[in-house]
Design a protein around this ligand. Structure first.
Ligand code: UTP
Length: 223
């Protein structure tokens, strides 16, 4: 299968820095599966992006410039992942059209242009390569009717149609550094291209591997 993974930066780029054990575990798990699948990874900006976006906002920078700083953080995280994968080519692709894999190499990129998150980039990448599966590895275990951090009683959905997903996420606005379970733009691309999508808690690599093996412990977006 061709598999795109949106690896949320919040999973591995935290307040205390980069979680090396996580990055190592994720990389080893994927490398062991490259004879069966082609992997395309989009890294998020995590705490690094938010720290710089907050600082820039505090200094009066405009939204577009803040996004540009966020993108720089996502690319820095792409470099960290590449370090673990043994690929130290410093040219991080800036466009999804550059996507390619050579043999067992894992493709890694970060953000592209201002105005969306790496979730949207991963959906665009999935569209570009004709992916069989898009995995959104984030820091919640699926899509909830309301933000479970604010409302612990909120119900989680095991399955949703892309239309239902759009309804849930479009109530949330977009600005640089916004954190929602999935970017509304990504949800639109998923709907348009009928992309099979899994939204899982990526903090545990096993959840990502299970999704690759067809056992989605989170929310499945039906095509
Ligand atoms: P992300 O929001 O994609 O990374 O990018 P994240 O913080 O890892 O997301 P999650 O919540 O963990 O999944 C950080 C910021 O960089 C800018 C946006 O401002 C975004 O909020 N960005 C990123 C862009 O403008 N364009 C991109 O293509 C990617």
């Amino acid at each position: 299968m061709k598999i795109v993974i949106s690896l949320g930066g919040s999973i591995f780029a935290k307040d205390h820095g980069v979680d090396l054990d996580y990055i190592r575990g994720f990389s080893e798990a994927l490398l062991s599966l490259t004879s069966e699948h082609e992997f395309y990874i989009v890294t998020g900006g995590g705490r690094t992006a938010r720290n710089y976006i907050d600082a820039g906002r505090g200094l009066g920078a405009d939204e577009k410039f803040l996004d540009t700083m966020g993108i720089a953080a996502t690319r820095l995280n792409a470099m960290i992942l590449r370090s673990a994968l043994g690929n130290t080519n410093p040219n991080i692709p800036a466009r999804v059209e550059e996507a390619k894999t050579t043999g067992r190499e894992i493709f890694v990129m970060g953000g592209t242009v201002s105005g969306h998150s790496t979730d949207a980039v991963s959906a665009m990448l999935a569209e570009q390569i004709g992916a069989d599966l898009l995995i959104n590895a984030t820091n919640v275990d699926g899509v909830y009717e309301r933000d479970p951090k604010k409302d612990p009683g909120a119900k989680r959905y095991d399955r949703l149609t892309a239309e239902e997903l759009i309804k849930i996420v479009k109530t949330q606005g977009y600005r640089a550094g916004t954190s929602s379970v999935i970017d509304p733009k990504a949800a639109e691309i998923i709907r348009k291209n009928r992309l099979k999508t899994a939204i899982v808690d990526g903090r545990n690599v096993d959840n990502i591997i299970s999704a690759i093996h067809g056992k989605i412990q989170g929310t499945t977006i039906e095509t």
